[in-house]
Design a binder for this molecule. Structure first.
Ligand SMILES: [Zn+2]
Ligand SMILES: [Zn+2]
Length: 300
């Protein structure tokens, strides 16, 4: 009957993983349910309707504003929604999404509008803001610690259940794609958030697009591998600069510095890549690895 949920551990049966549609691939994502509390609603409308029949969902914690994690909100009108204050104004006003993806008035805008329509995305009324380190009690057995992990978005949060040490890491998703192409994304914050997670004892990690990862040691390794993806991009982008010939952002366009190949969403990916390259350039400037020369930058 409840084939859509799976207990994460034999010991803590009240904590359940819900695999998103299309194996949690974008525009869907995985969720976690602990008694009457659900984290993220991007599993798909069909699965969420099924889930609602199995569990009385009262509280919803949203990891961040991106549409692949909250398109099901509209199906839970009586639940209480919580998100970090830095993402609240966006989820309450989805007409700002394209601006925050940096695609307003670009050729990629239509693609996204079509996607929001397909997901039936609506504004969400937020009832309560999540605070870093806040503890949320769930029944007698469980409590969740909110861990503010900015970088992917400014208000991105991870959640650690304290008795089981099961954590939901959302879009610190431990796949080989690391995304910081939002106007509100920040590369230094992203790296700090990864360090913050690495300092915790997490026995089981659930991510928004990859699913369940077991074992404290494995999780720490995976977090380091994930960070290494950022460092590899640093190297690739930095090696394109020289000491004499100034380079500027536009010189990096359409050169696959981040996307190995562009998919059918090429228009968007080229924009996202440029935004991410700019975040690396900002980091190089901050660390004095490059300096301004004329209309571009050269190695310091
Ligand atoms: Zn996201
Ligand atoms: Zn996502």
């Amino acid at each position: 009957m409840n084939d859509i949920v799976q207990a994460v551990s034999d010991e803590f049966k009240g904590i359940k993983f819900i695999k998103g549609a299309r194996d949690g691939k974008y525009p869907f994502s995985h969720s976690l349910i602990i008694e009457d509390l659900l984290i993220d609603t991007g599993i798909s409308s069909r699965l969420l309707r099924k889930l609602k029949r199995l569990y009385p969902i009262k509280i919803i914690l949203l990891s961040h504003w991106h549409e692949d994690h909250n398109s099901g909100n509209r199906l839970l009108p009586n639940a209480e929604f919580r998100i970090h204050s830095k993402d609240k104004f966006l989820i309450e006003n989805i007409s700002k999404y394209n601006e925050y993806y940096g695609i307003s008035n670009t050729s990629a805008e239509e693609e996204y509008n079509w996607l929001y329509e397909g997901l039936k995305l609506e504004n969400t009324r937020i009832d309560k803001e999540l605070e870093n380190n806040e503890i949320i009690k769930i029944g007698n057995e469980f409590s969740i610690r909110v861990i503010h992990t900015p970088g992917h978005t400014a208000g991105h949060c991870a959640f650690l259940e304290l008795s089981s040490k099961i954590a939901f890491l959302a879009d610190i998703d431990l796949t080989n794609f690391v995304f910081y192409a939002g106007i509100d994304s920040n590369l230094s914050d992203f790296e700090e958030s990864l360090n913050k997670l690495n300092d915790l004892d997490i026995k089981t990690a659930i991510t928004g697009h990859r699913g369940i990862i077991e074992g404290e040691k494995t999780i720490k390794e995976e977090l380091n591998n994930y960070k290494a993806i950022i460092y590899k991009r640093d190297e690739r982008i930095l090696s394109y600069f020289s000491e004499s010939n100034p380079k500027k952002g536009i010189d990096f366009k359409n050169k696959n510095f981040i996307y190995k190949y562009y998919s059918q969403f090429k228009e968007y990916e080229i924009i996202a890549e440029m935004i991410m390259i700019q975040k690396h350039i900002d980091k190089f400037l901050k660390n004095s690895l490059i300096e301004k020369k004329g209309i571009g930058y050269v190695l310091s």
